[in-house]
Write a protein that binds this ligand. Structure first.
Ligand SMILES: C[S@@+](CC[C@H](N)C(=O)[O-])C[C@H]1O[C@@H](n2cnc3c(N)ncnc32)[C@H](O)[C@@H]1O
Length: 229
């Protein structure tokens, strides 16, 4: 259901549209998209745009991609980025797995943020979780050496599932939060909307942080070795 507050994002202004990525299915030429060659950060499921807008404003020498499948949220993200004075952003209205798989080249991103993906806490719904083995395979492929993957969720079982699935890519990711492998309630610079809500509800947040090594990704595009869970 569309809330009254979101209705105003049904129509995109010309300015907002400049920050929305072009539709299409082929590989993106990031240099052409941003008109320069710079490191590229990616936020998956950027929601209402609080995080990506502040991130992009704080890093003007880098470029930022957001992917979000709710078109009203895409427009709101663009609105927030304009408000923050950030032009170095393109938000794509797309399904994240398809976007990463088909539109991003190998070793093309320098930072990846997956903050509060839909948790699907019920056992029967767990197969719907976005950050499954296949998705992590694609992130492993697009992450440049040194790329840091940040993941946060109040659903601790989801974070543990991601941590465990990362071991399917041996030698590809170095855990930066050893010895536990995760950190609970790590202070963050820009809490997302979802994080604020969860903190207000008294939930604790589990954070993962891993760095991509230079080892080639062991699986290739569309690999049948990777199941969806
Ligand atoms: C729980 S919200 C969190 C939003 C934001 N990251 C935050 O922390 O406030 C999850 C977001 O991911 C988007 N999303 C969920 N699954 C997606 C998918 N497969 N592809 C693209 N976006 C997705 C949803 O529309 C929603 O905006």
């Amino acid at each position: 259901m569309t809330t009254p507050g979101m209705r105003r994002y049904r129509n995109r202004t010309t300015d907002q549209a400049t920050l929305v990525g072009p539709p299409g299915g082929g590989r993106l030429e990031l240099r052409t998209l941003f008109g320069r060659s710079a490191p590229v950060r990616l936020e998956i499921g950027c929601g209402h745009g609080e995080f990506i807008s502040q991130l992009a404003a704080a890093h003007p020498a880098e470029d930022h991609l957001g992917v979000e499948y709710d078109p009203l949220r895409v427009t709101k993200c663009a609105h927030k980025c304009l408000g923050a004075g950030a032009q170095n952003v393109r938000i794509f209205a797309a399904e994240a797995l398809a976007f990463v798989r088909h539109r991003l080249a190998d070793s093309s991103v320098s930072r990846i943020y997956v903050l509060f993906p839909d948790p699907w806490p019920k056992l029967a719904h767990r197969r719907r979780r976005l950050v499954n083995r296949a998705f992590l395979g694609e992130l492993t492929r697009i992450a440049a050496p040194g790329c840091i993957l940040s993941f946060a969720s109040d659903t601790h079982g989801y974070a543990m599932q991601v941590l465990s699935n990362l071991t399917l890519f041996p030698g590809c990711w170095q855990n930066l939060l050893l010895p536990a492998g995760y950190q609970v309630d790590r202070p963050v610079r820009w809490p997302t909307v979802f994080e604020r809500h969860k903190r207000e509800e008294g939930c604790s947040i589990m954070h993962l942080r891993c760095e991509r090594t230079a080892l080639p990704a062991p699986f290739t595009l569309g690999s049948p070795e990777l199941s969806e869970t």
